[in-house]
Design a protein around this ligand. Structure first.
Ligand SMILES: NC(=O)c1ccc[n+]([C@@H]2O[C@H](COP(=O)([O-])OP(=O)(O)OC[C@H]3O[C@@H](n4cnc5c(N)ncnc54)[C@H](OP(=O)(O)O)[C@@H]3O)[C@@H](O)[C@H]2O)c1
Length: 243
């Protein structure tokens, strides 16, 4: 059991994909830190876990909140082995409809949020000369479409950042970095969308093939369970039936 007693921080653990990842890591023996803003949801998830765990309030849009959360984690567990960056928003909009606040929030959470958690986790991983950071990006970072400009740009940034993190952190500190790029997953993520014109055009209630959150959790488990000499760089996952 490679993951037994490893300390794994999962951001966005209150959501569909994050909670599935947290449960899978717990099943493999990790001590999981559940991080998000919805504390009640995290606490009920914590009740389902069998290993020691911790709930921390973390708003990835706030430098102060992220720093406080990481200091709570280190106070309890002293170290961090795995960080899974899942927290994200997807308020898709057409650029012509000028949803500036949503564009800025997308970058604030999806991109700047990862910089804040990276800042929180690096001291521990540098000291250990070991660690694994998994960033949940998206297929949308590689395949752009109308309405997905800012979200796609945020996920492209995560893919590029992951590549650069590997370049700087892997040779010097033995830190592995994996970006995972899922296609459509059946979660509440699309509830972020407020652009009425876009909602009218897209058929989110249709019978388009979708992945389950567990499909993404298994990919994370695969990446973090590989032997020390293997760094799984990227995993792109689409539902069967989608090209
Ligand atoms: N569903 C898909 O089709 C799909 C496909 C590709 C990639 N992804 C990516 O997968 C990740 C998880 O999405 P999901 O599908 O599981 O959606 P979800 O169920 O809506 O979960 C989103 C998660 O992000 C957290 N979050 C949002 N803003 C936050 C903030 N400011 N601070 C801290 N946490 C914040 C939410 O927690 P709180 O609200 O409790 O803070 C929640 O836990 C996202 O990065 C998304 O871009 C999803």
């Amino acid at each position: 059991m490679k993951l037994k007693n490893k300390i794994a921080v999962v951001t966005g653990a209150s959501g569909g994909i994050g909670s599935a990842i947290a449960k899978h890591l717990d099943k493999e023996g990790c001590k999981v830190v559940l991080a998000a803003r919805s504390i009640d949801t995290l606490q009920s998830l914590q009740n389902e876990l069998k290993n020691p765990s911790l709930v921390v309030e973390m708003n990835v849009s706030s430098t102060e909140s992220v720093a406080k959360a990481f200091s709570q984690v280190l106070q309890k567990f002293k170290t961090i082995d795995v960080l899974v960056n899942v927290a994200g928003v997807m308020p898709l909009t057409y650029l012509k409809n000028l949803h500036l606040e949503e564009w800025l929030e997308t970058i604030e959470v999806n991109v700047k949020g990862i910089l804040r958690t990276l800042h929180g986790v690096l001291p521990s991983m540098k000291e250990n000369n070991k660690g694994h950071i998994v960033n949940i990006a998206s297929v949308d970072g590689k395949e752009l479409y109308k309405g997905g400009a800012v979200y796609g740009a945020s996920k492209s940034a995560i893919i590029a950042l992951s590549r650069a993190m590997r370049m700087e952190l892997s040779p010097e500190f033995n830190i592995k970095v994996t970006s995972i790029e899922p296609g459509t997953v059946d979660t509440d993520l699309r509830e972020d969308i407020s652009d009425k014109e876009l909602l009218k055009d897209k058929d989110y209630g249709g019978d388009e093939p979708q992945l389950n959150a567990e499909d993404i959790a298994r990919a994370v488990l695969y990446a973090v369970s590989e032997p020390d000499q293997v760094n799984v760089n990227e995993i792109l996952i689409k539902p069967t039936g989608k090209s």
